[in-house]
Design a protein. Structure first.
Length: 416
């Protein structure tokens, strides 16, 4: 067709990618599948891994993926937001091992990119590890335009680069970079590190309108599926997140203990069963179960370890969605729940949840005090269907995929 725009060729460099679980990777996969289906982009994925330590090329639901993971140390420095004190000797050993791992993985990335990078118009980086850092260095060397998506809270947006490389190529991000910040908190971090306003794009993660919408029809069937035998007057509280301490599922037991018997708590999400994080996260999962039993709450708590294929069914079934995380850059399930018309109670993390949750309008933002949370949960039951529908419309008008995808295409074409 004369005048038709050719697709933008994008390299998606991600710290993890499905089938390995990471919220940012799932969103990258979903976004680029949509953009490719529209004809706006072609793409290929370069990724690393926490649970695997070998190179592999594969196709996942239409995405062509190359995984580069080559860590001789077999060490993991811990999850963001989880402080694990170590001795000085262990710290120095971890740093040395990490630098050795970087050299192995970065070299593999550069060898992979050398014959291919000319075919990509734009690099899009999600996350922060050796593979993403090496991709950014290559983009700097070849003057490739980059979208740099910040998905975790950090003190510094920059990624690791050896001193000599920074001296030769210049410090910081590639010259033609646009920082994608999923919350005002991350945008402020970029500003503090001297990134100019014109190179910052602050936008929420996209919410799929086809899956997340206010639809009261069939809600009772979803409630019965989520918690079989639930009585008409019972209240269902839901939290979907990977079982790890920074997600703070354990706190919700203290909230539930302060609520009447009719309140039920459903905790669902992935549980790592292999790799260096498995033992720690499985111990945390067992702790939640033990504490629920010790508090006499087992009959009111349902633990569902495993990937949740359709979390929107749980959002719609819930009377309130709870988000007590101690560490979040955005908390996309909050947006998705609001889009389903479900009010939310969230932790008070300035510049994150308070951007979307308005007290008394679509939920409540509260510090991590069980009594305050219990009161807020009870107040969530007072929201009318009209208020829930209005909250859904408001979120989708700002964060729906139709809105965010159009902004992506505009920026990718401008950068290509």
């Amino acid at each position: 067709m004369p005048g038709a725009l050719r697709p933008v060729n994008v390299l998606v460099a991600s710290s993890k990618f499905p089938p390995e679980y990471a919220g940012s990777a799932l969103r990258a996969h979903a976004t680029y599948r949509r953009l490719a289906a529209s004809g706006a982009v072609d793409y290929e994925v370069l990724t690393s891994s926490v649970t695997h330590n070998e190179r592999l090329s594969y196709v996942h639901e239409g995405s062509r993926v190359t995984r580069i993971a080559r860590k001789v140390s077999g060490l993991h420095q811990g999850d963001p937001g989880e402080d694990r004190p170590v001795s000085r000797a262990r710290y120095l050993f971890n740093v040395a091992a990490s630098r050795a791992d970087y050299l192995l993985e970065a070299t593999a990335v550069w060898r992979w990119l050398a014959p291919r990078s000319a075919g990509f118009d734009v690099f899009h980086v999600f996350g922060n590890n050796h593979v993403t850092a090496a991709a950014l260095t290559w983009a700097k060397l070849k003057d490739k335009p980059c979208l740099v998506e910040l998905v975790n809270l950090a003190d510094d947006p920059r990624q690791y680069e050896p001193w000599l490389v920074s001296r030769l190529l210049g410090p910081g991000f590639p010259r033609r970079s646009l920082m994608v910040c999923i919350s005002p908190l991350l945008a402020d971090m970029c500003r503090r590190h001297g990134i100019p306003e014109e190179r910052i794009w602050c936008r929420p993660n996209p919410v799929d309108e086809a899956r997340h919408r206010f639809d009261p029809a069939g809600r009772e069937a979803l409630r019965e599926k989520a918690w079989p035998g639930m009585a008409p007057g019972d209240a269902l509280l839901v939290y979907v997140a990977k079982f790890r301490k920074l997600k703070n599922q354990r706190f919700l037991l203290d909230v539930l203990a302060r609520l009447p018997e009719r309140f039920r708590l459903l905790l669902a999400g992935p549980l790592v069963d292999s790799g260096p994080l498995a033992e720690r996260q499985q111990a945390y999962f067992r702790e939640i179960g033990r504490d629920a039993a010790a508090m006499g709450l087992s009959h009111r708590v349902s633990l569902r370890p495993g990937f949740v294929e359709h979390p929107e069914d749980l959002y719609r079934a819930a009377d309130a969605y709870l988000m007590p995380s101690t560490y979040e850059a955005l908390g996309t399930p909050v947006l998705e729940s609001l889009a389903c018309g479900t009010p939310c109670v969230t932790n008070s993390i300035p510049g994150v949840f308070d951007r979307w949750v308005q007290d008394g309008v679509n939920g409540f933002v509260r510090p991590l005090d069980p009594e305050a949370w219990a009161r807020a949960v009870r107040d969530c039951l007072e929201f009318t269907p009209e208020a829930r529908e209005r909250a859904s419309r408001d979120i989708l008008a700002q964060a729906g995929t139709l809105v965010i995808d159009a902004q992506y295409v505009e920026r990718l074409r401008a950068m290509a």
